[in-house]
Write a protein that binds this ligand. Structure first.
Ligand code: NAI
Ligand code: MG
Length: 496
């Protein structure tokens, strides 16, 4: 396959204001097609706030077509396929994506506003995810059950059917693959509804899967508005599992829609994840860890470390060190590969700014940032912001901001740190920094969250289960446990 290196694609974009051969239509049953009435979405480059392409916006009738195609493909080809055949296709897709990694990285950076290197990381993680679940596709074994003489009982895992995947804009490709790879490995078919602002890489995956030999109808992509295409998808009676990543409010609606059809859901919702800096932590290592926990992807990560819970004995020194480090963050156009990127939309930028304006009116102290940023490229940028010594009941502690805002809570000792960690409705991720293993483990045990990392906030990989408790969600993605989302168990018992 011919590949074009990043540098040529970047040149092309800066010269023409767009890229050639971007997908522009819906992908249904192995065909590219326009939406009913030729409805379209404008696709913007957050780094410049300029529209660089348009994509079809699926209407209810288009969603119907996609689900019908997925249903046919499920029954006729994908459920009956051998696990090893599914594995081969997923492995081939991984290899083809690897060949096209430059193109996918450039498009992802353009569409989302994240720095090129971060987009490259997302593409690598999508490749690893495809390979990981490819390896599982021929190992979905059942059990046998000891009923004694005269009986024989065993179970098999069966794919649950057509699965809906509702994708957010912060990790468009990697979130798509995180759900689709285990679904396809298990024998389910997929209808993917990308976020309004970032549909391109999920659409581009259609060509990759097709070239890898995936039968028509197994992977369908229908960009569109949440309240139109998204709602039609999650309410449909022929969908059997919904994997949703996004806001709590929309997640509640998705769960209600699923309830009508007695469908299962995996909900990966918001977070307000704490990082506990205990009195004995290594200050330098902690400051560096916190910096990237909150400012990677400009804080637009459900599991961002958005609250620093710091022991009062090190509070001033640690905050000063993090503030100092924020000076190395230099925003620029995503394709110039800065270490600090844009906010995905004007709407999200204004939401972040609203939180900070209100906090300032309440007299909360700004240790750094606290305003929108002007850059050479134009676009939607927000200064890396640290809000210091914030009381527990403040909205900066309680609400997800989904931007580059670190909220600092000051505590006295381990018990108070754990109490502060658990003080919100969210329970997604948490980090602990300590040089004392007993203290670190006590914190890890005391924190209510789906995952805890110690001394490296982003430690982990596709092998490790991921998801939240409380309002952060239901179910787990990643790891082998995610396959359960896409399988049902059938028990077969014989008496003789
Ligand atoms: P959202 O939850 O409304 O959107 C996420 C996805 O759901 C998009 O694909 C959207 O089109 C779709 N959607 C919207 N309404 C739907 C409906 N009625 N039925 C089915 N699908 C629907 O979130 P949005 O508006 O993009 O961002 C709002 C806030 O949500 C952000 O400020 C942030 O706090 C949070 N968020 C959290 C994410 C996470 O990773 N947990 C990701 C994106 C946003
Ligand atoms: Mg975009």
């Amino acid at each position: 396959m011919m590949t074009t290196p990043c540098s040529e694609l970047i040149q092309e974009y800066f010269h023409t204001g767009t890229l050639a051969n971007l997908p522009t239509q819906l992908y249904i049953n192995g065909q590219w097609q326009a939406a009913e009435g030729d409805a379209k979405l404008a696709i913007d480059d957050p780094s410049s706030a300029k529209t660089f392409t348009h994509v079809s916006a699926a209407q209810v009738s288009d969603v119907e077509l996609a689900i019908s195609a997925a249903n046919q493909a499920f029954k006729q080809v994908w459920k009956p396929a051998k696990g090893s055949a599914r594995a081969a296709i997923l492995n081939k897709a991984a290899a083809l994506l690897e060949q096209k990694a430059d193109l996918f990285s450039v498009v992802e950076a353009l569409d989302s506003g994240k720095p090129l290197a971060e987009a490259q990381g997302d593409v690598s993680s999508a490749i690893a995810t495809l390979r990981y679940y490819a390896g599982s596709a021929d190992k979905l074994e059942g059990n046998s059950y000891p009923l004694g003489q005269g009986n024989f009982s065993f179970s098999s895992k069966e794919p649950c059917g057509v699965t809906a995947h509702i994708i957010p804009w912060n990790f468009p490709l990697s979130t798509t693959i995180r759900g689709v790879a285990p679904a396809l490995a298990a024998g389910c078919t997929a209808v993917v509804k990308p976020a309004e602002t970032t549909p391109l890489t999920a659409l581009m995956m259609a060509d990759i899967f097709h070239a890898a030999g995936l039968p028509d109808g197994v992977y369908n992509v229908i960009p569109g508005l949440g309240k139109e295409a998204g709602a039609a998808l999650v309410n449909h009676k022929d969908v059997h599992h919904i994997t949703f990543t996004g806001s709590v409010a929309t997640g509640i609606g998705v769960m209600q829609a699923a309830a009508k059809n007695i469908n299962s859901v995996t909900l990966e919702l918001g977070g307000k994840s704490p990082i506990l800096a205990l009195a004995d932590c290594d200050l330098e290592k902690t400051a560096e860890g916190v910096l990237w926990a909150i400012f990677y992807n400009a804080g637009q990560i459900c599991s961002a470390g958005s609250r620093l819970v710091v022991d009062k004995s090190i509070h001033k020194a640690l905050v000063a060190l993090i503030v100092e480090k924020t000076k190395q963050l230099t925003p620029a156009h995503a394709l110039e590969n800065p270490n600090y990127g844009a906010i995905n939309s004007a709407q999200q930028l204004n939401k972040i700014d609203g939180f900070i304006k209100r906090a300032k009116e309440r007299g909360i102290q700004t240790a750094c940032g606290g305003h929108k940023l002007e850059t050479k490229s134009g676009g939607w940028f927000y200064a890396p912001t640290i809000m210091d010594d914030v009381p527990m009941d403040d909205e900066l502690v309680q609400e997800e901001i989904f931007g580059p805002v670190l909220t600092v809570q000051v505590v006295d000792g381990l018990d108070e740190a754990i109490e502060a960690a658990n003080c919100t409705n969210f329970a997604l991720a948490a980090g602990v920094y300590s040089q004392n293993i007993d203290q670190a483990l006590a914190a890890a045990q005391g924190i209510d969250s789906g995952q805890v990392t110690v001394n490296n906030y982003w430690a982990g990989g596709i092998e490790v289960p991921f998801g939240g408790n409380k309002h952060s969600g239901i179910g787990r993605e990643k790891g082998l446990v995610a396959l359960d989302n896409y399988c049902t168990t059938k028990a077969i018992t014989l008496a003789f």
